[in-house]
Design a binder for this molecule. Structure first.
Ligand code: GZL
Length: 327
């Protein structure tokens, strides 16, 4: 028998009421799935400028999930003011720990003092700050960028052992960033011991593929016969390859290229002979970061500087490593 409109309405209200009660009961008991007693980490990331950065973000997010740490993630789009805003927001939210990769070395003391005053410990990952006050952060986890520049320089000295003169174009990373400052220093220290090496142009491509292409196009206009490009990262090296090919030059042959990072696209270009040597800089810092965050939150001592282990690749080694490459 067809139910009356009234009967159907009362039945519907009963169902909605039961559903509302069950939902209310769920949220009231706190069983909403979120970890109520887990750590909360505020993380300010540089941006998404390169393949390295993408892999680093994935590592941080995956490791936080595995560790059961509630990650509040902020992408600064390579702007320091956005990172400072994010850190202040994390302080307001009273997170347990703040971690960040400082886009540039300078200008952090004020906001780090605010975090310290709020009793929130800070961990630096990937890039360092130049603050004189080392009490403003608990630890730095990342690479030795000076050593990376030195490794690139060592390869150049060996590769051009029989040359009388070598003209070099340097594609710098983000101006004022620790990797750009330190890689330039390490490279210059090694090649500076022999006057046959001359850096005829050194300009920032901001760690991006488009930046590397634009800078290389400009450099080729005034220095069409460079022997070598030293790129502070693979993304700029890949941009340089595009510029060299557009200028009718064979990358890796007419102009040799040495780079840093060893991300998949860079390693592919290396295995194909368009890049000649790559110094590894690992983005897989997530696990070390979460271990450090847990120790810091528990008030345990941590090492002030935790340097990641890294290697180098020539063409043969890149070809062998590519199938197992995680990033
Ligand atoms: C290095 C990292 C650099 C990479 C670039 O640790 O900060 O930033 O070398 C990235 O690819 O953009």
């Amino acid at each position: 028998m067809k139910k009356s409109l009234a009967a159907r309405s009362i039945g519907a209200i009963a169902i909605v009421t039961a559903l509302t009660a069950s939902l209310a009961g769920c949220s009231a008991s706190g069983s909403d799935g979120g970890s109520t007693d887990g750590l909360t980490l505020g993380f300010s990331q540089v941006g998404a400028e390169s393949g390295w950065r993408t892999a680093n973000t994935a590592s941080v997010q995956e490791s936080a999930k595995t560790a059961g740490i509630d990650l509040k993630f902020s992408d600064a789009q390579q702007k320091q003011e956005n990172q400072i805003k994010a850190i202040r927001s994390f302080i307001q939210q009273n997170v347990d720990v703040i971690a960040f990769s400082p886009v540039v070395e300078s200008g952090w003391d004020t906001v780090l003092k605010e975090a310290k005053a709020a009793g929130i410990p800070v961990v630096l990952t990937d890039r360092a700050v130049d603050s004189a006050d080392e009490t403003l952060y608990e630890s730095f986890i990342g690479s030795d960028f000076v050593e990376e520049g030195e490794k690139a320089g060592d390869w150049v000295v060996d590769e051009f052992a029989d040359a009388d003169s070598v003209t070099i174009a340097e594609l710098q990373g983000t101006t004022g960033s620790a990797p750009a400052v330190d890689r330039q220093e390490g490279f210059a220290d090694v090649i500076g011991e022999d006057s046959k090496f001359e850096i005829v142009a050194s300009q920032s491509g901001d760690f991006t593929r488009s930046g590397g292409k634009q800078v290389t196009e400009a450099i080729l206009k005034s220095n069409p016969d460079i022997d070598l490009i030293f790129a502070h990262n693979d993304d700029m090296a890949l941009g340089a390859i595009e510029a060299l090919e557009a200028a009718g030059k064979k990358p890796g042959t007419d102009v040799k290229i040495v780079s840093i990072d060893a991300v998949k696209d860079g390693m592919t270009a290396l295995s194909e002979g368009q890049i000649n040597f790559i110094v590894e800089c690992s983005p897989l810092l997530g696990d070390q970061l979460m271990e450090t965050v847990e120790k810091v939150a528990a008030g345990e001592e941590v090492e002030k500087r935790i340097v990641t282990e890294e290697t180098t690749f020539d063409q043969e080694q890149a070809t062998a490593a590519l199938p197992d490459r995680k990033y």
